[in-house]
Design a protein around this ligand. Structure first.
Ligand SMILES: Nc1ncnc2c1ncn2[C@@H]1O[C@H](COP(=O)(O)OP(=O)(O)OP(=O)(O)O)[C@@H](O)[C@H]1O
Ligand SMILES: [Mg+2]
Length: 366
């Protein structure tokens, strides 16, 4: 697959502060690529450097096979939707969307038609003649999106474009945007701090932490096989276990120790040695709470104390503590009507169980 954006050893410093720290990654042509991470981790700064609104302190950026590191935005085959939309206040919605098209040389009729199509994509038919001041924040954001889409750039850079939308509309627009990207065959670089949004839309996700890329993988892979505690935490799996390597054979790691149970876990690394300390994760929805230990064959089971029960609609969250002092979250799917009473009570003891295949071994610390 051909490369659309190549980021090679890019660092951005603001004075002494390192906002983007030696990032290297390649975005493929036609893919939906997301930069995911908490506030302040450097997502916008990296995106702005791809767009030409900021220049790297070190490193090279190529788009297609052109070095664009020092080119201004208008000389790059990209368009950017900014975190807060900047519309021309004195132009109407349709004039805002058609503006760049007119500038590109389209006649008024053709530009307006394309603008109307783009507005339909973001569900803003009927808003053509309003000035931006008479729109809600979410509507303004969609005008900015339509304006960028109408230009049909090779690469579209999107900085949290759906953040201002309510949840229902946001979910709809997520799917539409994804379909649109696929059908037009555009390359999207999408910034978000919402893991569910990134999973819904992306082919691949780069998870960022303090200016660095912690993990870059297919989206389901980032979710199911986090490599670090930070990624696991960010993807909603804050369940960490400590063990020790007993042996290693044919891609399987045998872990024992604090868990008082032997676990066979898949590992892609062969650098493990017996007696190495090992950290691993089990996702909350893969854990079960049981009254008895080892109720089904091959299950791992640990005795825990129940500390809390939280009703969340779809799930009930059980917060438990192991005898090693670690806290764990267990999601129980609410597939039956809610009842005050339960087999388990806060303060009581129970067994936390899982299928050993759901054990995810984190990267070995060097
Ligand atoms: N022009 C600047 N001068 C100094 N520091 C800056 C500048 N722009 C960004 N930073 C700092 O760089 C870091 C990364 O900022 P950036 O805007 O890239 O974060 P982000 O991941 O997009 O966060 P958010 O999710 O809140 O938008 C932040 O700590 C920010 O304060
Ligand atoms: Mg940002």
């Amino acid at each position: 697959m051909s490369v659309s954006v190549d980021i090679a050893g890019v660092t951005k410093r603001f004075g002494d502060f390192v906002a983007v720290d030696r990032v290297s990654l390649q975005i493929r042509k036609g893919e939906f690529f997301s930069l995911l991470g908490p506030s302040g981790c450097g997502k916008t700064t990296l995106l702005r450097m791809i767009g030409g609104f900021e220049f790297p302190t070190e490193g090279v950026i190529r788009i297609g096979d052109r070095d664009v590191t020092w080119l201004p935005p208008y000389k790059r085959p990209v368009n950017m939707v900014f975190q807060s939309s900047a519309l021309f206040p004195h132009l109407t919605v349709i004039e805002n969307v058609a503006f760049g098209l007119r500038y590109k040389g389209l006649n008024n009729g053709a530009a307006k038609q394309k603008a109307r199509d783009a507005l339909a994509l973001v569900r803003l038919e009927g808003f053509e003649d309003r000035p931006p001041a008479q729109l809600s924040g979410g509507q303004r954001q969609r005008v900015a999106l339509a304006r960028a889409l109408a230009m049909e750039p090779e690469v579209l850079l999107l900085d949290e474009p759906l953040a201002a939308l309510d949840q229902k509309l946001r979910k709809e627009v997520q799917l539409e945007l994804k379909n649109l990207q696929k059908s037009l065959g555009l390359t999207f670089v999408f910034v978000t701090h919402d893991q569910e949004e990134a999973l819904t839309m992306s082919d691949r996700i780069a998870v960022m932490n303090q200016g660095r890329v912690e993990q870059l993988d297919a989206s389901h892979h980032v979710f199911e096989y986090p490599k670090t505690e930070f990624v696991a935490q960010f993807m909603g799996a804050p369940n960490f276990f400590t063990g020790v390597v007993k042996s290693l054979a044919e891609g399987l790691l045998y872990i024992g120790g604090r868990t008082e149970a032997d676990i066979r876990a898949r590992t892609t690394s062969d650098t493990w040695r017996p007696n190495d300390p090992v950290r691993f994760v089990v996702r909350p929805e893969k854990l079960d709470l049981r009254t008895k230990s080892g109720t089904s064959d091959g299950e791992v089971s640990i005795e825990v104390t129940i500390e809390d029960r939280v009703y969340q609609g779809v799930n009930t969250v059980w917060v438990v503590r192991g005898d090693d002092g670690e806290r764990y979250m267990i999601y129980e799917q609410n597939d039956r009507p809610f009842q005050e009473s339960s087999r388990f009570r806060v303060g009581g003891r129970a067994f936390m169980s899982w299928n050993p295949r759901d054990t995810v071994v984190l990267e070995k610390k060097s």
